[in-house]
Structures are given as structure tokens and as C-alpha cells.
Design a protein around this ligand. Sequence first.
Ligand code: GLP
Length: 243
Amino acid sequence: MEIRIVDDYREMSEKAAALVAEQLRDKNNSVLGLATGSTPEGMYKELVKMYRKSCLDFSTVTTFNLDEYVGLSNQHPQSYCAYMHKHFFDCVNIKPEKINLPSLSKNEADPAKVCRDYDRKIEQAGGIDLQILGIGVNGHIGFNEPAKNLPVGTYLVGLSAETIEANSRFFSSPEEVPRKAITMGVGSIMFAKRILLLASGKSKAPAIRDSFNGYVTTEVPASLLQLHHNSIVLIDKDAASLL
Ligand code: GLP
């Protein structure tokens, strides 16, 4: 694992987009693992800019998103599906049939099967070439919340009080934040050939300190990235301030 510290959010976003572009130039049919949240918004903006300047082509790219709330419709503005369409999919030439978003309805009869099928699709696509990650204030990646043990594959998860509180800024009240989500497991993430974790701002500094202090624990899920041979932690000075 390599930690790269940059000045600010803008530089983080530009460098992240440059790494994605490099990946696509090396392999134009790359499989990208994509993240949501406020952190990667700048990276998506940069990628859209590059696409508009005809510097990037997404027509042969396949994508798998990390996670999604359970109980929000795809059209709900806070669903990760809506986020991805708004910030990325609808702005570039990615083929709709190559977009994969995990999705679990509240009354799904067999959630375990939906999760297994998602993992199988990732496998059939040849695995993820580059996985983008943000990080939660409690060190979560995707929706892998701190826990004594963590599932390897995609699963249905109950969100922690900290995450509900942190994500309530996108909803009108904490009560509106869904209590459950579907997320890729840490195995699905760690099997990616390359991982790029982004973080910006002082609020992420404790999570960054606890994740990359030389110890691994499922109580700080991002700490597992220290075991990955090709992971880059690209963070700004504020996020790095407690390292
Ligand atoms: C959510 C997502 C994560 C994301 C995290 C941080 O909980 N499930 O994938 O990394 O929030 O979000 P933000 O970048 O908005 O701080």
C-alpha cells in the first residue's frame, strides 16, 4: 500500500481521475469498481471533462458499484443509483448494459441469492481492475461497518448509528436515512487488482490515522487495505493531518 498526500480536494480529484484515465489507457475494457459519496464527486467531474475533450472513451468499460441503500427507489435523489447517473453515467458514453449496481428491495425473498449473483457477475466480468473507495468517519469502506468479523462477499448490512448520523446530511432528518444497505464485502474489494482510496478534509483524519497505523482489524475496515499489494491511498493534507 502506498500513501500519497496532496494539497487539497481539487488536487486529489485531478490525480484520482488521472489514475482512472491511466487504467483505461492500459486496458480499454477495464472493469471499474465505483464508489459514491461527496468524496469522489470531484473525480467524476474531472473524468467527465476528459471525456468531453475526447481524451477518454468509456464505451468498452464495465462498472460495478460498491453499495446501495435498501428501501430507496432508484429514482430517489439519495439513492446511489441516482447519484451515479447524475454525476457520471449520464455524462459519458458508458453502455447501459455494462453498468452494474447492487440492488435489494425491502421485501426481497432471498437476499443471499441477490448478493451471490452480484459476486458471480463480478467474477464473470474477470474481476475488478480498479476499485475506487471513499472512507466513512468510522473507517468503513463501501458499507462494511466496523465489526468483530466481516463477510467476504456481497451482503445485506445494518448501518451503524455513526453512519446514519454522518449520512443524514443528505436527507432532511436522520430518521429518513435507510437502516440497511447492500454492500460488496471486504473480499470482493480486496480481490480487485488495484485499489484507490480517496479522503479529504479534517473530519476523515481520525479514520485515516486508525486505518493506516500498521495494524489491521475488522473494527476499522479500511485498515485491511494495508494488506493489498497494489493499493493507493490518495488523501489531502487535512485528511492526513493525524498520520
Ligand atoms: C457512505 C458510502 C461510502 C462512502 C462514505 C463516505 O457511507 N457507503 O462508500 O465512502 O459514505 O462518504 P463521503 O465521501 O460523503 O464522506
